[in-house]
Design a binder for this molecule. Structure first.
Ligand code: 5GP
Length: 133
């Protein structure tokens, strides 16, 4: 059965898309730690991040780097933090979180609430800074 993230890639479940290429997809986390909190996933369905091939991890990290650059341009921050957890959704993903302080990376923090319009604007703002190549 397809994961919820595969359904997002297929457009069967809506998402606020930030960036996409042939192999990877980036979209806003629906329960963000900070405005601009983005998930980067491989289109190939693999549960555990470290079960991805070396080539996939390399290419995914380069894709995530470009997304992080776009996030930082759209939402000025000290740095974009990166984390891999994967305890909730069994489809490998990288969290990218714009940080104003270390506390912004605490996954036990209460999550932020945004309206659909705010999410759409946030995704659009990051996408406008996205450079594919
Ligand atoms: P993890 O598996 O890394 O522990 O957490 C999964 C993350 O995916 C959580 O931060 C959660 O908010 C996010 N998430 C779960 N389901 C959905 C969904 O349907 N859409 C989006 N955009 N994010 C989701």
């Amino acid at each position: 059965m397809a994961t919820i993230f595969s359904k997002i890639v297929a457009g069967e479940i809506p998402s606020y898309k930030v960036a996409e290429d042939a192999n990877f997809y980036a979209f806003l986390d629906i329960n963000p730690l900070a405005q601009g909190h983005t998930l980067v996933i491989p289109k190939r369905e693999v549960d555990y991040f470290f079960d991805l091939t070396d080539e996939e991890i390399g290419a995914m990290q380069i894709f995530a780097k470009k997304v992080a650059v776009a996030i930082k341009e759209a939402f000025p921050c000290i740095k974009v933090g990166q984390a891999v957890l994967g305890l909730e959704v069994p489809h490998a993903h990288i969290h990218l979180v714009p940080m104003q302080s270390e506390k912004d990376m605490l996954f036990s923090n209460p999550k932020l609430k945004f309206t659909a319009e705010e999410f759409a604007e946030t995704a659009q703002k990051i996408n406008s800074k996205w450079v594919a190549e």
